[in-house]
Design a protein around this ligand. Structure first.
Ligand code: ADP
Ligand code: MG
Length: 293
C-alpha cells in the first residue's frame, strides 16, 4: 500500500475508535488468523459483583466478609474490588490489613485483625495445605455450575467461607465474535478462571475453543504454542495479568478501558473497550492493504 493509503487507514481507524501504533501494524492485523480473547475485562465487563456467601459451620458470616473484604480492598483485581465493595455494603467499615500480598492468578494473602487470611482460588489454599470441608466444596461446585467464580476464604489455617462472584458478558461480545468468525478468524477464550465459568462465558458468546485455568505467567506460552502451530495470533486483553501475552502476540490489541500496561504492550488500542472494534480493525487493515474491497 502507498504511504497515503496507510495514512488514510490509520486516520479512519481513529474515527472508529482504534488507535494504531504505526502503519507497519496494519500488515500483522491483516494476516491474523487466530484471535485469543482474555475473558475478564475483555469478553466480560470486568465489573464483578459479590452475589452470595456460604460459611462453614461455626463461622460467622460478618467476620468472614470483614476479613476477606479488608484484604481485597488492598488489591486492584476486578474480583478483589467486587469482594471489598460487597463486603463493605453488608458489614460497614473494613479494617486496614497489617500485611498484604497479591498472588497473581491465585488471590491475596495477608494479616487482618491479627488473623492470617487467604482469599482466592482453592489452589491458593492448597499451597498452604488447607483443604475445603465438604460443605464448602459443595458450595463452590454449586456456584461454578451457575457460571459464577467461587472465591474461597481461609484464616488461621482453616477454610471458612465461599464467596460467589459474577461478571456479566459485555452486550457487544457475541456480535464481535460472530464478526471475527465471519472474517475467517478462529476465536479462543483464554482465562485463569476455572473451566466451568470459562465454558459458560464461551457458550454465551459463541466461542468453541477454551483454554482455562492458565496462570498469568503461562498466558504468554499459550500464545507462543499457537504461533508454533503456524498461526498468526492476535490477542485482546485488558493488561490485568495478560500484558506479556499481548506483547508476544503477532498483534496485541489493548482494551482502552484496561490498564496502562495493556496500552503499552499493545499494537492497537480499542479506545471504547468494545470488542467489535477488533473486527473493525481487521476489516480496515484488509481494505487499506487492498485485500478486500
Ligand atoms: P482472567 O484470566 O480471567 O483475566 P486472572 O488471571 O486475573 O483472570 O485470575 C484468575 C483467577 O484467580 C480468578 O478467576 C480468581 O479465581 C483468582 N484470583 C485472582 N486474583 C484474585 C483476587 N484478588 N481475589 C480472589 N481471587 C483472585
Ligand atoms: Mg484479565
Amino acid at each position: 500500500a502507498t504511504p497515503t493509503a496507510l495514512m488514510v487507514g490509520t486516520g479512519r481507524g481513529a474515527q472508529l475508535g482504534i488507535l494504531i501504533k504505526g502503519p507497519e501494524v496494519l500488515e500483522n492485523t491483516r494476516r491474523a488468523d487466530t484471535i485469543v480473547l482474555d475473558k475478564t475485562g475483555t469478553v466480560t465487563t470486568g465489573r464483578m459483583a459479590l452475589l452470595g456467601i456460604r460459611t462453614a459451620a461455626g463461622t460467622d458470616e460478618t467476620e468472614a466478609l470483614r476479613l476477606a473484604g479488608a484484604l481485597e480492598h488492598a488489591s486492584e483485581h476486578p474480583i478483589a474490588q467486587a469482594v471489598a465493595t460487597g463486603a463493605a455494603e453488608r458489614v460497614g467499615a473494613l479494617p486496614a490489613p497489617e500485611d498484604f500480598a497479591n498472588v497473581p492468578g491465585l488471590g491475596v494473602q495477608g494479616v487482618v485483625a491479627g488473623h492470617a487470611v487467604l482469599v482466592g482460588r482453592e489452589r491458593l489454599l492448597a499451597e498452604w495445605a488447607i483443604a475445603l470441608p465438604a460443605e464448602l466444596e459443595e458450595a463452590k461446585e454449586q456456584a461454578e455450575a451457575e457460571g459464577r467464580t467461587a472465591i474461597v476464604v481461609a484464616w488461621d489455617g482453616e477454610a471458612r467461607a465461599v464467596l460467589a462472584v459474577a461478571d456479566a458478558v459485555k452486550p457487544t461480545s457475541a456480535e464481535a465474535v460472530r464478526r471475527l468468525q465471519g472474517l475467517g478468524l478462529t476465536p479462543i477464550l483464554l482465562t485463569g478462571d476455572n473451566r466451568a465459568v470459562a465454558e459458560a462465558v464461551a457458550s454465551e458468546v459463541g466461542i468453541e475453543r477454551v483454554i482455562a485455568e492458565v496462570m498469568p505467567e503461562d498466558k504468554v506460552d499459550v500464545v507462543r504454542r499457537l504461533q508454533e502451530e503456524g498461526r498468526t495470533v492476535a490477542m485482546v486483553g485488558d493488561g490485568v495479568n495478560d500484558a506479556a501475552a499481548l506483547a508476544q502476540a503477532d498483534l496485541g490489541l489493548a482494551m482502552g478501558t484496561g490498564t496502562d500496561a495493556a496500552i503499552e504492550a499493545g499494537d492497537l488500542t480499542l479506545v471504547r473497550g468494545d470488542l467489535r472494534a477488533a473486527a473493525d480493525a481487521i476489516r480496515l487493515s484488509r481494505r487499506t492493504l487492498g485485500t478486500i474491497k
